[in-house]
Design a binder for this molecule. Structure first.
Ligand SMILES: Nc1ncnc2c1ncn2[C@@H]1O[C@H](COP(=O)(O)OP(=O)(O)O)[C@@H](O)[C@H]1O
Ligand SMILES: [Mg+2]
Length: 376
């Protein structure tokens, strides 16, 4: 099944050389897997989806992309669905028959492509026992010579979660013997977790991929974006103003795009006003304040402790801190931090990095929280 090509994003700054660098190292057989990390919002997903995957397809690879963070509640069915989309639908229906899989709709329907989009995943969530064998079978499908797959696992640190150990082991087993045909890119926002994934001898992906920083967007990106702006605006944006804004926004492409957007909408107010507006929104903006106001008091106190670097939320001393800040005169029970952490994780605000180690997921939010502490 060929993936429908999205209309190209006119604001996308293409990075063909970087894509070629990865493909070249795969093509030469120098490596079969790579790990890359950078903080959130730095352009990883956009590079993977808009540069690397199309470049790989142009070289004849089948490609599969999965954002493990989005799929974290059901990663195995989501991975199976992503791989299914990469292979021929006919291949999938044969596979299902061969496995004698109890997937009613897949067997009944001739219209696989539409089905693969959502309902296969849904069926696998309902019948999880079949997802593991399907995954192995799908990977086995790449044993034919010349059939090459590029598998991109975004936010791959999710795989390090003890909850997903089984998937990690079966994925590794399935990939191990197919390094010739299946190339894997692991991308992630958490450097420490990825380091553990690949660097600890007890982990399934130990020594499996070299881990390196993702090449960040730089002055070339800024110049190209300024050129686009100046094609559209009657008020030219000076490169030096844009560069300064990029620096102030911690070289974060997402924030820089907001800044450009603001500049385009209110160009007559000038670049400084656009920068101030962006800063107000991304670092201390209403978005965080709204979120904050909706949180339960206990969740707020847990967040405050986390940004102070507290890791042992269950210790007597920290439960007492929580109790006092909630207006009690004694320590809260372990349930309080436990429930808060679960809620905060469900909201995507906090990530669990290792057993008992939590961190605020979003750097800008962590910074905002730290500043909030200064105000109190
Ligand atoms: N190559 C690029 N060209 C233009 N804008 C980009 C580019 N890469 C990232 N951006 C901007 O930054 C935002 C965040 O990028 P994303 O790839 O989602 O970051 P990450 O995956 O590292 O969290 C994008 O939505 C886009 O606005
Ligand atoms: Mg991303």
């Amino acid at each position: 099944m060929t993936k429908p090509t999205l209309a190209p994003d006119p604001w996308h700054f293409p990075r063909p050389e970087l894509a070629q660098k990865y493909l070249l190292s795969f093509g030469l057989g120098l490596s079969s897997a790579r790990g890359l990390f950078a903080k959130r919002r730095m352009g990883k997903s956009e590079f993977l989806e808009q540069d690397l995957i199309p470049a790989a397809q142009a070289e004849g690879y089948l490609t599969a992309y999965l954002n493990m963070w989005d799929a974290r509640t059901h990663p195995t069915p989501s991975l199976v669905a992503a791989l299914s989309r990469a292979v021929e639908p006919k291949g999938l229906s044969k596979l299902v028959q061969r496995l004698n899989a109890p997937l009613k709709k897949v067997k009944a329907s001739g219209k696989l492509p539409g089905l693969v989009e959502g309902s296969l995943e849904a069926e696998l969530v309902d019948g999880p026992a079949i997802a593991g064998p399907l995954l192995s079978e799908l990977l086995r499908g790449f044993d034919k010579p010349g059939k090459r797959l590029l598998l991109v696992l975004d936010e791959a640190q999710v795989l390090a979660d003890p909850l997903h150990t089984e998937l990690a082991h079966s994925l590794r087993a399935g990939l191990d013997s197919r390094k010739q045909n299946i190339k894997v890119v692991f991308a992630g926002s958490s450097e420490p977790t990825l380091r553990r994934m690949f660097g600890r001898s007890t982990e399934p992906f130990y020594n499996w991929a070299p881990l390196e920083p993702f090449e960040l967007l730089d002055a070339e990106f800024v110049k190209a974006m300024v050129a686009k702006v100046n094609n559209l605006s009657r008020f030219p944006l000076a490169e030096k103003d844009a560069m300064a804004a990029f620096e102030t926004l911690k070289k974060t492409p997402e924030f820089f795009r907001r800044y450009l957007n603001r500049y385009l909408t209110y160009a007559e107010l000038g670049p400084q006003a656009a920068l101030e507006d962006t800063q107000a929104h991304v670092f201390s903006g209403a978005n965080f304040k709204d979120l904050w106001n909706k949180l339960l008091p206990a969740d707020r106190e847990v967040l405050k402790l986390l940004v102070k670097g507290v890791t042992d939320l269950y210790s007597e001393a920290n439960r007492l801190r929580l109790g006092l800040s909630l207006g009690l005169d004694k320590a809260v029970s372990k349930n309080t931090p436990q429930n808060s952490l679960r809620r905060l994780q469900d909201e995507g605000l906090v990530a669990r990095f290792d057993h008992g180690e939590y961190q605020v997921q979003d750097d800008a939010m962590a910074e905002w929280l730290r500043n909030l502490e200064l105000d109190i």
